[in-house]
Design a protein around this ligand. Sequence first.
Ligand SMILES: [Fe+2]
Length: 189
Amino acid sequence: MSEPYAARTHDKMREVLMDPDAPGPAVHYHMVRGGPLKSNITIWEPGQVGGEYIKAYGHYHVDDLPETYRILQGEGILLTQLRSGSDGEISEFKAFKVKAGDVVDIPLRSGHTLVNTGKTWLVTSDDSPWSPEDSASMPQHADYEPMKKLRGMAYYVVEKDGAPALVRNPNYSSAPTAAIEVAESPSNG
Ligand SMILES: [Fe+2]
């Protein structure tokens, strides 16, 4: 039976946290999945876990699947990265501030996640496909293994002096220097 609601729990998120032993909320983000027809709604809790802002698990798409996110409420940072060679070698890393009203396209083949840096729930809608027979599982269009293996993206977003800052994930063998861009997100519509 199709159940549209899925929760990403603290226990699951520990796989990709900067500090997996830090305490956190029982559920980091909530998903209501409607697929391309009804769209998917995602709601992130605000706050931090071990200094790191609450984020989505992160994944790569298994093919050239385009994906568009609409920011409905709140503010956050979109992280995207491109691999060169192995999973641990990153040739391009971008961090863009996003806020309610923004529409962002995820670059094809990029690893990506969204981080809630605001004080409210961060709410998005997207048009990705999902598995109607098992909405609670990880969607089949996405590959989560590189994020699990390397414990997240190439940078973590942490609070530093009251503002978001990037911290390099040491599990990656190489990644370019990165900074949080205040300007427009990759494809701001
Ligand atoms: Fe995606």
